[in-house]
Design a protein around this ligand. Structure first.
Ligand code: ADP
Ligand code: AMP
Length: 213
């Protein structure tokens, strides 16, 4: 099963992708996580990606498409995956479709987690990410047992630089201009599914499970 998570930054794509990954045993592939791991390890890719990420802009398609295609060619992705944060532009979607078509394959579901812009700033300013394992929390909606400490690995939590309100505004603009058109793109292909992302995260997940089952 090949699943794409669509939605604004902070809509809950990562939260839902992790739950889908656990329930269905599919790898969770997040281009944002891949870029952040590269930044942390000081690679050339990380240095290049950081320039765009810090501004709330998209990393150029040429770079992003390459890392994504390399990742989904790994053996663990053979039976499917959940894509979180990719595609973010029509050209990215077209490259993915072409690669899948060449394998006689296709995207099964594009799930749009719908959350209006007014809720997004609140979501992002309260999001906390683990510096070591990348787990994400929310100070109100998904708090850790001990404040500022990751439940999974015990490392410190941070507010991502690009989750600061000034950058979130830029990211939302980029989302509406470059990523939102993908909703129509996947609707035309007959694989679009919409879920209300404003309700409790377990309710959102129940809706997704009904779609996938
Ligand atoms: P995305 O991957 O779309 O950028 P995340 O999954 O990281 O978004 O979610 C953004 C923030 O909102 C996180 O802090 C997360 O814990 C919180 N969150 C996710 N889903 C919900 C929900 N349904 N209700 C409230 N908060 C949520
Ligand atoms: P995310 O963790 O998905 O919110 O992504 C964080 C940042 O990484 C984005 O704001 C972009 O700068 C960059 N990024 C992640 N995925 C992509 C993508 N598919 N295309 C371009 N840039 C991306």
């Amino acid at each position: 099963m090949k699943i794409i998570m669509l939605g604004a930054p902070g809509a809950g794509k990562g939260t839902q992708a992790k739950m889908i990954s656990e329930k269905y045993g599919l790898p969770h592939v997040s281009t944002g996580d891949i870029f952040r791991a590269n930044i942390k390890n000081g690679t050339e890719l990380g240095k290049e990606a950081k320039k765009y990420m810090d501004q709330g802009q998209l990393v150029p398609d040429e770079l992003t498409v390459k890392i994504l295609l390399d990742r989904v060619a790994q053996p663990d992705c053979k039976n499917g995956y959940v894509l979180d944060g990719f595609p973010r532009t029509i050209p990215q979607a077209e490259v993915l479709d072409k690669a899948l078509t060449e394998l006689g394959d296709k995207v099964d579901f594009a799930i749009n987690v719908d959350v209006p812009d007014e809720n997004i700033i609140n979501r992002m300013s309260g999001r906390r990410a683990c510096v070591t394992c990348g787990a994400t929390y929310h100070v109100v909606y998904a708090p850790t047992k001990v404040e500022g400490v990751c439940d999974k690995c015990g490392s410190n939590l941070i507010l991502r630089d690009d989750d600061k309100p000034e950058t979130v505004k830029a990211r939302l603009e980029v989302y509406h201009k470059q990523t939102q058109p993908l909703i129509e793109y996947y609707d035309k292909k007959g694989v679009l599914k919409e879920v209300d992302g404003t309700v409790d995260m377990h309710e959102v997940f129940n809706s997704i499970v009904s779609i996938l089952s």
